[in-house]
Design a protein around this ligand. Structure first.
Ligand code: PLP
Length: 384
């Protein structure tokens, strides 16, 4: 057996390394010119006149976004159970309550019907999560939000670049969209995130709350002609700014994002074809064939006819030196949410069924054709 093939690896090039070294030598390593440039580059990549705010994680970005749209104690925010815990925890940071709903059995994205049924007098917002990089049914979700006076914050941690009806996620009519640059996402800054919005008030509030509630950022203080010692604190803010060290990586990752996306799409296609005769459910594709799926993940579901169950399959793959993962252990199974909100599996039949059968296979740009063939051969050998 050859070397271990990890589930995910970042692709960092010489440009990223050189830029980080330049930052280290520049004397300005925290939030400054690189973060500003990264924000401008990112906003123009998304297009549609959006503004972008760099933060130190998507979790921080989601927290800022919910704070900026006024979520507070007593409010309810609707989210899918089939997501990472970050989507839920940020709601609780603000004293509000997440309301967990099921997903569509085919796409594993939040079900628009389930959203409709979950709306109460306390509901203030919806957080759709574009699972694996496939866009949610945003037309229906945005229409439901408009009809009921709800805000929409997209958790776009998986969906860079993803399009919905030809438009990039981040440029739709929702209130805020939040991207993640965590180490295993489609582009990375190690840790990092981006808050994107067209709403000037939301952007202004996020900018202030990202840095202690200070009305002027540190770089501005040290470069403008006003006295550098003077600042005003206008709110009890957070410490969520992105340092230039991270932005230096992001600037170059963003330049390579479209080529990364082409490679991911080709890899997904190859998996689809290689598994078409196996008892597995391949991941859903966009309803519009011209739309882009970001392929942050390649999630397959093993059918009952498969020779191995999911847990044994992952164990066998590990024995053969291939890392797999599971997305997600639904939140209705996590003790804090299950016990705190009295959640039971029968309330989430699609999430529950998907979870029991789901395995995420390695798919990342640093994998070679030989690496992918090795995954394919082992999957076929174990399941057929
Ligand atoms: C990764 C992830 C996040 C959190 O991103 P961070 O940048 O690590 O804070 C949020 N939501 C989903 C669905 C994720 O997969």
């Amino acid at each position: 057996m050859s070397t271990f093939l990890p589930f995910a690896l970042p692709e960092i090039g010489q440009e990223e390394i050189d830029e980080v070294i330049a930052v280290l030598k520049s004397g300005w390593i925290t939030t400054g010119p690189r973060a500003k440039q990264f924000e401008a580059d990112f906003a123009s990549y998304i297009g549609g006149d959006v503004e972008a705010i760099a933060v130190n994680s998507a979790t921080a970005g989601l927290h800022l976004a919910l704070e900026a749209i006024g979520i507070g104690p007593g409010d309810e925010v609707i989210i899918p159970s089939y997501t990472f815990t970050a989507t839920a925890e940020v709601i609780r940071y603000l004293g509000a309550d997440p309301v967990f709903v099921d997903v569509d059995a085919k796409t594993l994205n939040i079900s628009p019907d389930a959203i409709q049924r979950a709306i109460s007098a306390r509901t203030k917002a919806i957080i759709p999560v574009h699972f694996a990089g496939l866009a949610c049914e945003m037309t229906e979700i945005l229409a439901t939000a408009r009809r009921n006076g709800l805000r929409v914050v997209e958790d776009a941690a998986h969906s860079l670049p993803t399009t919905y009806h030809g438009q990039k996620i981040g440029s739709l009519e929702s209130d805020v969209t939040v991207f993640s640059f965590y180490a295993n996402k489609t582009m990375t800054t190690g840790e990092g995130g981006m808050v994107v919005s067209r709403d000037k008030e939301v952007i202004a509030r996020c900018k202030v709350m990202r840095l202690h509630g200070i009305s002027r950022d540190a770089f501005d203080r040290y470069t403008s002609d006003k006295p550098s010692w003077f600042y005003e604190v206008v709110a009890p803010g957070f410490k969520y700014n992105m340092p230039d060290l991270a932005a230096a990586v992001g600037i170059h990752q963003l330049k390579r994002l479209d080529s990364f996306a082409v490679k991911r799409e080709n890899m997904a296609k190859r998996y689809d074809e290689a598994f078409s005769d196996l008892p597995v459910i391949s991941p859903a594709r966009p309803a519009m064939p011209t739309d882009i799926h970001a392929w942050h993940l390649y999630p397959v579901r093993l059918m009952s006819e498969a020779r191995l169950g999911r847990d044994d399959f992952i164990k066998e793959m590990a024995k053969r030196g291939i890392g797999c993962s599971v997305h997600f252990i639904p939140l209705h199974r996590q003790p804090v949410w299950r016990d705190g909100y009295k959640l039971t599996p029968d309330q989430f039949p699609a999430s529950e069924k998907a979870y029991l059968a789901e395995v995420s296979l390695p798919l990342y740009t640093r994998m070679s054709d030989v690496d992918q063939q090795r995954v394919i051969d082992n999957v076929r050998d174990l399941i057929y």
